[in-house]
Write a protein that binds this ligand. Structure first.
Ligand code: HEM
Length: 466
């Protein structure tokens, strides 16, 4: 399912779409910044972004320098900022995300994603303590991850062949549902209602709300009623031993619980933000593992004779090969290819001019994570880049964003991907199988929209076996 950032990119509503496209196609510059050529009428640069997003950034950079307009679909002109200075925008108080709730109120209204400034700080401060590495270890998260990945991978091997993206999505959705408190026996009906709720990602406002909006809204009411009851029950029992319990029982500075609807909306956000992203990087990890007998040897060596994989995977003193592989998958293929901010006032950019108020600025992670001046042989998949502890640099975690909206689930995502890779290796050792890619030659590149992910038609097969 698309990330809100991508919805915003493609669908941000504008009244005079057609007129605007025509004007933009004819112009060479806008607000003093050049417009990248090659846009189609109406769909703009979307086809190029779809399969060649990094090449589009490189093309614009070579032609115009780091700041240039692209046309991200109907009525969505964005100022691309293809330079590491773009990260400063994410920290700027005049860079807003509130537009997320304008066309997608049913999906993102009342969530951290769409809050700015003090409101964002206040709400995030209540939830953040539940997402630290220490809190995650204390709650049920790692146990849930372990059960879901171990069970999922066993099913993959039993089947003999798997499309790893489909398989990883199933695992990641199970994890995030169980993390927000859904009983295992109810997963099927939650999956059904959740996929209806995602129709809220089709933008709608006022009189334009069609049947899909109402289907999504009914599903959201279904989910919210159950999440609300969970929150009430957890408050009545005072149980804060699980992640959802800790979030439900968080209190503000005055000692009051947060409004139930606020907690419920943000539990929904966790599901939305936290499963396709992780699934994409897990799928790339599985594909690269299957493509390389050498990686399989190293992965097997790491888990052979190991006891507790949670201990191994969350050891703060070192990167396991499993973690390095997951981080390298995120670097090569950042699932969130870029994020967008709206300037609420003129934004001066160090040495690059002033971005005018109301501009939508695109910060393209796909470009920044392959910057050859920062990553040697940037187009090569090499987990050995990630060998140093204690802390990866800001650039190395940039695919999780920056500034106040930096991914709240970062530690969960890293633990999830690492445990996935460890259990994958362990299951192959235990069952005596090797993984192989269904296609010969180098792995094809990603599809970038709406979230970047492996293209269809790639499978991992399992050979051998006891
Ligand atoms: C590899 C997996 C993941 C990636 C690459 C990723 C990436 C991101 C990015 C780029 C943002 C910032 C968006 C922006 O600035 O506009 C973000 C925000 C967020 N992510 Fe993640 N994410 C991942 C996994 C997760 C997981 C597992 C969870 C939940 C358990 C999660 C929860 C969130 C939340 C709640 C926010 C909003 C934070 C805020 O606005 O304050 N993410 N994520």
């Amino acid at each position: 399912m698309p990330h809100p950032v991508q919805f915003a990119r493609v669908f941000l509503p504008r009244r005079n779409v057609f007129l605007y496209d025509a004007r933009m196609a004819a112009a060479k510059a806008r607000n003093g910044f050049p417009i990248l050529d090659g846009a189609y009428p109406i769909i703009g640069h979307l086809p190029e972004m779809y399969r060649r997003f990094p090449a589009l950034c490189a093309r614009g950079l070579a032609a115009h320098g780091p700041l240039f307009w692209i046309h991200g679909g109907p009525g969505a002109p964005q100022l691309m900022f293809a330079d590491p200075r773009a990260f400063d925008i994410l920290k700027h108080p005049n860079a807003s995300t509130s537009f997320y709730s304008e066309g997608f109120s049913a999906l993102l209204g009342n969530t951290l994603f769409a809050f700015d400034g003090d409101e964002h700080r206040r709400v995030r401060a209540q939830f953040a303590p539940s997402f630290t590495p220490a809190a995650i270890r204390k709650t049920d998260v790692l146990q849930i991850v372990t059960e879901a990945v171990a069970g999922g991978i066993d099913r993959w091997i039993d089947a003999g062949e798997i499309d790893p993206l489909i398989g990883a999505k199933e695992i990641a959705l199970e994890i995030i549902f169980r993390v927000v408190g859904v009983p295992v026996s109810d997963l099927k009906s939650w999956r059904r209602q959740y996929s209806r709720f995602l129709l809220a990602g089709i933008p709608s406002r006022g009189k334009w709300r069609g049947p899909l909006y109402w289907i999504a809204k009914r599903a959201r009411d279904w989910l919210d009623a159950r999440l609300g009851k969970m929150v009430d029950d957890l408050r009545a029992s005072g149980d804060a031993s699980t992640l959802v319990g800790a979030m439900a029982n968080a209190r503000d500075e005055a000692g009051n619980f947060l409004p139930t609807l606020l907690v419920v909306s943000n539990l929904r956000l966790l599901v939305f933000a936290g499963h396709e992203t992780t699934a994409s990087a897990m799928a790339w990890s599985a594909l690269h593992l299957a493509a390389s007998p050498e990686f399989q040897r190293r992965a097997a060596e790491e888990v052979r004779g190991s006891g507790d994989l949670i201990e191994l995977g969350t050891d703060p003193q070192r990167f396991t090969f499993a973690e390095a592989q997951f981080r390298e998958s995120l670097r090569m293929y950042p699932p969130v290819h870029s994020v967008i901010r709206r300037a609420t006032a003129d934004l001066p950019v160090d040495g690059a001019g002033v971005i005018p108020r109301d501009t939508l600025v695109n910060v393209p992670f796909v470009h920044l994570m392959r910057d050859p001046s920062r990553f040697a042989e940037a187009d090569r998949y090499s987990p050995d880049r990630f060998t140093e502890r204690p802390r990866p640099s800001t650039l190395e975690t940039a695919m999780f964003g920056g500034g106040p909206h930096f991914c709240l689930g970062y530690h969960i995502a890293i633990a999830e991907g690492t445990l996935f890779n460890l259990h994958f290796a362990k299951a192959m050792v235990r069952r005596g199988v090797r993984a192989r890619l269904s296609v010969d030659g180098p792995l094809p590149g990603p599809v970038y929209l709406p979230l970047s992910h492996p293209p269809r038609g790639l499978a991992v097969t399992f050979e051998g076996g006891k």
